[in-house]
Design a protein around this ligand. Structure first.
Ligand SMILES: [Zn+2]
Length: 81
């Protein structure tokens, strides 16, 4: 996906509407959870995926740098590198 720049106003309650085009492209549905973080003046929103980034496993996971990874995939990554 190419970068998209759209300007939207922030309302008095701190809300902003994510443009339909971006929601559609990223398959963001009403009530999906978004992870919001800020670093160096940049706000980032990522669709929350509760399971392992690689296999989708939801148990025995760790959260690292904004991503969930299960111990099985973590072990496989260590062995691969
Ligand atoms: Zn995994």
């Amino acid at each position: 996906m190419s970068e998209t720049y759209i300007t939207r106003p922030l309302d008095e309650n701190g809300r902003v509407v994510i443009p339909m085009e971006i929601r559609r492209t990223l398959k963001i549905q009403p009530n999906d959870l978004l992870e919001i973080s800020a670093k160096n003046g940049v706000i980032t929103m990522v669709k929350h995926t509760p399971g392992c980034l690689f296999c989708g496993e939801t148990e025995d996971t760790v959260y690292f740098q904004g991503k969930t990874v299960c111990h099985k995939c973590l072990t496989a990554l260590r062995e691969a590198f």
